[in-house]
Design a protein around this ligand. Sequence first.
Ligand code: ADP
Ligand code: MG
Length: 387
Amino acid sequence: MTAVDDARALLATLTDAPVAGVWSAPGRANLIGEHTDYNEGFVFPFAIAQRTAAAVALRDDDVIRVSSTFADEPVEVSLAELDDRIAAGGLDWAGYPLGVAWALRREVPDAVTRGVDIALASEVPVGAGLSSSAAIEGAVASALNDVWATVLDKVTLARVGRVAENDAVGAPTGIMDQMASMLGVADAATFLDCRTLDTRPVPLGFADAGLSILVVDTLVEHAHSTGGYRERREACERGAAAFGVASLRDLTVDDLPRAQELLDDVTFRRVRHVITENQRVLDTVAALDADGPSAIGDLLVASHVSMRDDFEISVPELDLAVDTALANGALGARMTGGGFGGSAIALMPVGLIEAATDAVHAAFSASGYRAPNVFTVTPSEGARRDA
Ligand code: ADP
Ligand code: MG
């Protein structure tokens, strides 16, 4: 059963009304470009095959009812009360779909919105750093955009998803995840300039090169990430302020000597990560265009080292996943996502994946770490209507 089938089946338990449609959006993995999005820099994520689906039926009243295979009980809110319920908070998982409805109504104030039943089901692992949150936002935003006829384009729907996550759920994330989920293209990654929101799908050519991306989900929860994440953001803001620029995007590797003079050691290393990571994203895109995917491995490794030593957001489990993958034939490997836990990715020849998977399990066991989830992800299509 796919998420689309599961969402339909769940909707049928909620209502006898006909299905108005089913929409879905994928999770994402970030190939390179970490903690650059909120510095108005460059990122390079791809949508994965695992998706979250939203099956929708229209209602005769003004109630929006959301239900998920993830949750025990549906949550109901009348559209008239939506603003107050979002402001009051405490909606837990329902804050994501209801937050999208709220953000869409703010984006298009004169939209004729009506009551809907929304049933959600997901194949995206939750909290694994593969952005189940952007998947749920993208699925619901795409669905409501059609049933409420708000005719927004995909970039605007990504912005609506981010507003929901930032202002309704209260998670201070950048725009990368939503853009990756909305705009994904099969066998390509999305080069995104977070300042202009210009995007370009860049072919990855993994299949032709006999390569695949292995994910090691360490199952280390990034629950403590809120404080660390905020501290990193503040260090970046301090760095930009010391140069009198709007964001670290305005600096390049040529500014590093001056940064070292101006900044204390910790702030300097945070800034150096962001500046060099932006350059690595540009170099990765250029290397893919010129020489194909076998040429990007060293950039992935350099990105991991920078996050481990300069930005200090890795954990021992992530370092072990990266080192073990590299020792077992990966061309490159790095932690992906916000850090402090979550997943690492490795660019691997397909024929070595099974042995590398075994090696990762053995290494985790030998270190006394919890057994990780190890699986491959395939660069796939973004948000779409499925039925
Ligand atoms: P990640 O995006 O890395 O998976 P987040 O903490 O950003 O982790 O988002 C996970 C949260 O999103 C879940 O705890 C839940 O509240 C919500 N969520 C994701 N997918 C679903 C779903 N299918 N149904 C209900 N809620 C979901
Ligand atoms: Mg998320």
